[in-house]
Design a binder for this molecule. Structure first.
Ligand SMILES: Cc1cc2nc3c(=O)[nH]c(=O)nc-3n(C[C@H](O)[C@H](O)[C@H](O)COP(=O)(O)OP(=O)(O)OC[C@H]3O[C@@H](n4cnc5c(N)ncnc54)[C@H](O)[C@@H]3O)c2cc1C
Ligand code: SF4
Length: 322
């Protein structure tokens, strides 16, 4: 593990200045970063601890939610307003990791967790994401858990998180603070496709930090369904987040996204289009779910994912349309 200095700035401006050090990283709960540092996957020599920033409020107003970056996963999942008005978010968080990790893991750190591709997490292998230009052994190797959507010939690593998939169907905005001030980025634009630069994973600029996540409207009729190899403490093979607005038996609007299948959290506009304006009945749901993942490119070991995705989306839609 690389030796590092540790600083504890007390406001966001000072944190941004401290993080401008050439090999600096922010640290929040440390549940992902410390493991990566111990394994020499990440080698920061300067850590900027965000704990003293006092950025852990959960602000639930009428029809909107603002989650500060240091709010803990467990606190957000259990917040009564989140459980009632944004069930998809509470369910996605509760399906993540373990109670101990959720007690430490934060909103900002969760969005920035790194892929679970085994080659990325083992310095004994080449990996374009860890060492640009070195190659991608996963493309012809162990790729059962990797992406079927959004991959490139440089990288097919899956984005591993659950919460960001729920945030997609809530049209969340990520609030950032950096040298140029405060700005917001829609969650759908926050994570990047790998393309030729799989090591660049988000729209964050050097030194920029996440200060909050903003959700503009409630979504009572929403749900998250995660399918995995064991029923707890495992990353998604496939997951689905859905939010429907049904009035008079007709689907007025639909937002649907998937996890475990994309190189970033993946919105499914083809499913949304097949639901919108249609009667909320079994035929509509089935026809819409059957379109999930159009254009997918399975790798050698995950040809099972497209069918699993369609079935997962259908089950999730069924839970919110009764
Ligand atoms: C065994 C295990 C199982 C897991 N299972 C799941 C799962 O099923 N589903 C799931 O979604 N997740 C899972 N996780 C991941 C877990 O949710 C993340 O480790 C956690 O959310 C990271 O939050 P953190 O605050 O500890 O981040 P840290 O480890 O502190 O930081 C992670 C990254 O974010 C950066 N960072 C942190 N906060 C900010 C900020 N405010 N602004 C800018 N950069 C920042 C850090 O520099 C670092 O690069 C699992 C983790 C483990 C160890
Ligand atoms: S899929 Fe991406 S993360 Fe995995 S080995 Fe290839 S380049 Fe590395």
């Amino acid at each position: 593990m690389q030796a590092f200095t540790l600083v504890h700035p007390s406001d966001a401006k000072a944190a941004v200045v401290a993080a401008s050090h050439s090999n600096a990283k922010y640290i929040a709960g440390g549940t992902d970063l410390l493991q990566l540092a111990k394994d020499n996957i990440e080698t920061p020599d300067h850590l900027v601890d965000l704990e003293a920033l006092n950025l852990s409020r959960i602000e639930a107003g009428p029809g909107r939610l603002r989650l500060e970056a240091l709010a803990r996963m467990s606190d957000v999942a259990a917040h009564p307003a989140v459980v009632k008005s944004w069930p998809v978010l509470s369910q996605a968080l509760l399906a993540s990791a373990s109670p101990q990790i959720r007690n430490m893991g934060t909103m900002g750190g969760n969005l920035l967790q790194r892929t679970r591709c085994g080659y990325f997490r083992d310095t004994g292998f080449n990996c374009n994401k860890r060492n640009p230009g070195s190659g991608c052994p996963a493309i012809n190797g162990e790729n059962r858990n990797l992406a079927i959507l959004g991959g490139s010939d440089q990288c097919i690593a899956t984005y591993p998180g659950d919460m960001a998939v729920a945030l997609l169907v809530l049209d969340a905005q990520v609030e950032l603070s950096g040298h140029a001030g405060v700005r917001t980025v829609p969650i759908g634009d926050f994570h990047r496709l790998p393309g030729d630069t799989p090591h660049i994973e988000t729209e964050l600029q050097p030194g920029e930090m996440i200060t909050a996540i903003r959700i503009p409207a409630t979504a009572e009729r929403s749900a998250y369904l995660k399918v995995r190899d064991r029923s707890s403490f495992a990353f998604a093979l496939v997951s689905a987040a859905v939010a429907l607005d049904i009035q008079g038996g007709v689907i007025r609007s639909a937002r649907v996204a998937a996890g475990g299948v994309g190189t970033k959290p993946w919105r499914l506009p083809e499913v949304e289009a097949a639901l919108t304006g249609k009667p909320a009945n079994a035929d509509t749901l089935k026809a819409a779910a059957d379109r999930a993942g159009e254009g997918a490119h399975p790798a050698s070991m995950n040809a099972f994912k497209p069918l699993l995705l369609r079935r997962t989306v259908l089950r999730a839609l069924q839970t919110v349309s009764v």
